[in-house]
Write a protein that binds this ligand. Structure first.
Ligand code: SF4
Ligand code: SF4
Length: 596
């Protein structure tokens, strides 16, 4: 059998394809983003006929893939755990209606969290929806379980969740592939007229019929539950039940500390639906799992609720070691203190920085800056982001803040800041509301023509899709004008003086017209090949004699290529990372930063 060195996400893509999935959608989000690009690469290399593209958001991705699965094409949809919040409506309902072929939801969790707003556990959502979950512990299992999820879904006619976590999805290992890449002819069918009347009720069910579907779902779940066996390792008096990456850490620790005769380790491949097991032969039964007590609540064990397992944070091998110490099995492991990391900041030359610097210059420090999910969140480092909640909330917050201050009769400037991809994702509906209710705040759309934070995926304004197909670009300005916004201006933020003028015009418009205004700041991301090659490249330097050592270029602008020499009390440019954009010449009050 061929072996490949793969990440967990790549392994999932291989598993899905070899199990016959030919339709995959998703929305990019770390740690799930690599599945679709890998899927695209494989189908291209193997000449397979399939559809693999990003969607505008997770709800749409789920519904598109689910629709295709009803037409009997095997499908999958990918997202990160917070994306599942957006897709919850179709996710819950699809459990009732069921599938006609197979549908796998890959939801990747981020315990820690390393790059997310929450540590939520996708498994809880699947329990709420009554959808079976597979929870791989290794990269090999990511591949195996992807295939198993497709088969389970096909067999029982129910969507299945494959739950990843950062460590499994981003870990790498040698994976044994056990299948072929077969280009079987695809047959789509849905509305077969001869017995359509008998089937229609399921797809367009009334509330009474939903009750019947719920009963059918309960039967499926009971049947799957009967097949769900645990796997037992070692033979000891205390039983630890685990799943996911944590199982692997525990397995290694038991061997490392020679606990094989003290502990039994039970592996749960499918955390839901779990049948009841007889654990009466054990002195203690403890569930150790990330991130929430899904096994613990179903099996009524010890774990998080009695304080053995921490209630927040990633269960790293070191934390697992501490847990074994807390159980009294080992002398408690040393607590590892991680030295503080340098805080992340926007890239040298990033156009978001100079755009938001101009916004701050015109609207001042007292304005409320409602931020959103994207690289530009890092503008909080230099005071141009006050809130970040979830995708699209910058615009809703803009509405909420402005209306609150209006109600109270207080003047307050409010600026919402949102990226191009996030605008398409969930920024449009609150902007429609703001137009409808005439709420005068400024919405800044930072358009760098890419989903930069998650690996530079394409956006809806592209003319070519991520798999190279020609597509219709969606023009942000047309959308914004189409919903009735009367102030819509587009600026390249590198034209600093123009940016300042347009921002001042927007401020005047907000006061005079009492309506929402939009500015689109458009400049290619410098972290892409096209963006960097199109960017100006100046030679920039700090004239030492003019530098007064005020540090404004660091605190108010924070380009990583501007450093401060404490011994000279002067700023200087680090030419090893400076991209020569020249934006910093607008910052220095003494004009010490110059193009030379
Ligand atoms: S370069 Fe200008 S802004 Fe930076 S420390 Fe010197 S005087 Fe201040
Ligand atoms: S020119 Fe200035 S703003 Fe641009 S990357 Fe270099 S130091 Fe940073």
């Amino acid at each position: 059998m061929p072996r490949l060195y793969l990440s967990g996400n790549e392994a999932i893509a291989y598993g899905l394809i070899q199990a016959g999935v030919r339709f995959i959608t998703g929305y990019p989000g770390t740690p799930s983003s690599e599945i679709i690009p890998t899927f695209q690469k494989i189908i291209k290399n193997k000449g397979l006929k399939a559809f693999a593209e990003w969607s505008v958001n997770e709800k749409v991705a789920y519904e598109v893939a689910y629709g295709a699965s009803l037409a009997e094409i095997k499908t999958a949809v990918t997202m990160k755990q917070v994306g599942l919040n957006v897709a919850m409506d179709p996710f819950m309902n699809s459990a009732y209606v069921g599938t006609n072929s197979a549908m796998v939801l890959v939801s990747v969790d981020d315990p820690g969290p390393h790059s997310s707003q929450t540590e939520q556990d996708s498994r809880f959502f699947a329990v709420a929806a009554k959808i079976p979950i597979l929870d791989p512990s290794t990269v090999q299992e990511a591949y195996d379980f992807a295939k198993r999820a497709v088969e389970l879904s096909r067999k029982y006619g129910i969507p299945v969740m494959l739950r990843g976590t950062t460590r499994v999805s981003h870990g790498r290992a040698d994976v044994e592939l056990k299948g072929n890449f077969v280009n079987e002819p695809l047959k789509a069918q849905f509305k077969i007229l001869k017995d359509w009347d008998k089937k229609l009720w399921r797809y367009a069910a009334t509330p009474r019929q939903r009750l019947m579907l719920h009963a059918a779902l309960n039967e499926k779940i009971a049947e799957i539950e009967r097949t769900n066996e645990l796997r037992f390792f070692f033979k000891g008096d205390i039983l630890i039940i685990s799943s996911g990456a944590v199982f692997s850490y525990l397995y290694e620790l038991i061997e490392e500390y020679g606990l094989q005769n003290k502990l039994t380790l039970a592996k749960v491949d499918m955390p839901y639906p779990l049948k009841k097991f007889d654990f009466s032969g054990y002195s203690r039964v403890i569930a150790i799992e990330e991130s929430m007590p899904v096994l613990e609540l179903q099996l009524c064990t010890e774990g998080r609720r009695n304080g053995i397992v921490p209630k927040q944070g990633e269960l790293t091998p070191e934390v697992c070691e501490e847990i074994l110490g807390r159980i009294g099995l080992i002398k408690r492991g040393k607590t590892i203190t991680v030295p503080p990391l340098k805080r992340p900041s926007l890239c040298p030359g990033c156009a978001h920085r100079i755009a938001l610097y101009a916004v701050k210059k015109v609207f001042g420090k007292k304005a409320i800056y409602a931020g959103d999910i994207g690289c530009y969140t890092l503008a909080l480092n230099f005071g141009v982001t006050d809130t970040v909640l979830c995708m699209g909330a910058s615009v809703s917050f803009g509405f909420g803040f402005k209306k609150a201050f209006q109600l109270a009769g207080t003047e307050q400037d409010v600026v919402s800041i949102i990226g191009d991809s996030t605008f398409f994702h969930t920024g449009i509906p609150p902007l429609i509301d703001a137009v409808h209710y005439r709420v005068p705040f400024l919405t800044i759309i930072l358009d760098n023509k890419t989903v930069a934070m998650t690996g530079n995926q394409k956006t809806l304004s592209d003319e070519v899709s991520s798999s190279g197909e020609p597509v219709t670009p969606i023009i942000i300005e047309n959308v914004v004008k189409g919903i009735g916004i009367n102030f819509v201006q587009t600026v390249d933020p590198y034209d600093f003086d123009v940016s300042v003028k347009v921002l001042k015009d927007a401020k005047k418009f907000l006061k005079e017209r009492n309506e929402v205004a939009v500015i689109v700041f458009r400049h290619l991301c410098v972290n892409t090949k096209e963006g960097l090659s199109a960017n100006p490249r100046y030679n920039v330097a700090v004239v030492k004699e003019l530098c007064k050592g005020c540090k404004l270029c660091l605190t108010e602008f924070e380009c990583p290529a501007i450093v401060f020499k404490e011994e000279d009390v002067k700023a200087e440019i680090d030419h090893t990372i400076c991209v020569g954009c020249g934006c910093c010449v607008h910052i220095c009050p003494t004009k010490a930063i110059r193009l030379i």
